[in-house]
Design a protein around this ligand. Structure first.
Ligand code: PAF
Length: 281
């Protein structure tokens, strides 16, 4: 069945209230639209955990920097709704900017976890993400909210925000969905030229290669990081924003792999910034 489309907070609240009255548990999948199979998988995960799933579609201006792609970010609501029907999404919340930010003075920030990786390169980004996610959680009041592991730093920050602020929701982080050639699915992949798209899977290949080296016994993080940078630098047209090996939970740099680690990268292919990561057990 086609999902209900809600444009206002009042409409979402009414629909969620009705679902709860019907003893349904509520799931929430926050997105910025331009949905791909990775998003659909998040909805499937939400649907496995709850009965009434709300997908939010909102290109959140507060998480984009002045020179980022807010204006050109793809807005494809009709196609998104059609895809959401495939996975039994119950309600789509697609608010206008004014509905979400009528005259906001309040923001939310998680200390420390935003100090590395994307944080310093996208000042204010995680403040924007946390603020909008907390607002969406307060609007939908779901039992379960699902986020993708591709945005590893975002996922860790949201888990921490929910814990620190006692938000009554279970956060589920679902595995990254990849194209057959390994490229992590992303709404931004559609910006890639055919040549860039052909090179893009090498990002995941580079991450896998260093993970394999670590599993084979290399424990020196600097050596692994240098090998990772070397592999990425060899991709034609690539500009490395960062390629780091960090502690999997604090996201701080580590010297020796004596605990679970995360290899995380952001790479520009032309003007498209792609992120990806791999956990190193
Ligand atoms: O991951 C995203 O698409 C966004 O950062 C999110 C979580 C929907 C907040 O705008």
């Amino acid at each position: 069945m086609k999902p209900i489309i809600a444009r206002t907070i009042a409409e979402v609240r009414a629909a969620v209230r009705a679902a709860r009255a019907d003893e349904q548990r509520i799931g929430c999948v926050p997105t910025m639209g331009a949905l791909h199979d990775g998003h659909l998988e998040l909805v499937r995960v939400a649907k496995r955990n709850t009965e009434f799933v709300v997908t939010t579609i909102f290109v959140n201006p507060t998480q984009f920097g002045p020179n980022e792609d807010f204006a050109r970010y793809p807005r494809t609501l009709d196609a998104d709704v059609t895809r959401l029907e495939e996975v039994d999404c119950d309600l789509v919340f697609a608010p206008a900017v004014d509905e979400m930010y009528p005259e906001s003075l309040t923001t939310v920030e998680v200390a420390k976890l935003g100090d590395q990786l994307c944080g310093p390169r996208r000042p204010g980004h995680f403040r924007g993400v946390c603020t909008v996610v907390l607002k969406l959680l307060n609007i939908v009041q779901p039992d379960v909210a699902v986020f993708g592991a591709k945005d590893a730093q975002q996922a860790r920050i949201i888990v921490r925000m929910v814990r620190d602020l006692n938000v009554p929701v279970e956060i589920v982080v679902a595995p990254t969905v990849r194209e057959a050639d390994g490229l992590a699915m992303s709404s931004r992949n559609r910006y890639l030229s055919p040549e860039e798209r052909a090179e893009a899977p090498r990002i995941h290949a580079a991450l896998r290669a260093i993970r394999n080296r670590a599993i084979a016994g290399e424990t020196d993080a600097a050596r692994l990081e240098s090998a990772l940078n070397h592999e990425l630098a060899a991709i034609p047209g690539a500009r490395i924003d960062y390629a780091s090996i960090v502690d999997d939970s604090t996201l701080k740099p580590i010297a020796i792999l004596d605990r679970p680690a995360l290899a995380a990268v952001a790479v520009f292919l032309g003007s498209t910034r792609l992120i990806d990561n791999i956990t190193i057990p």
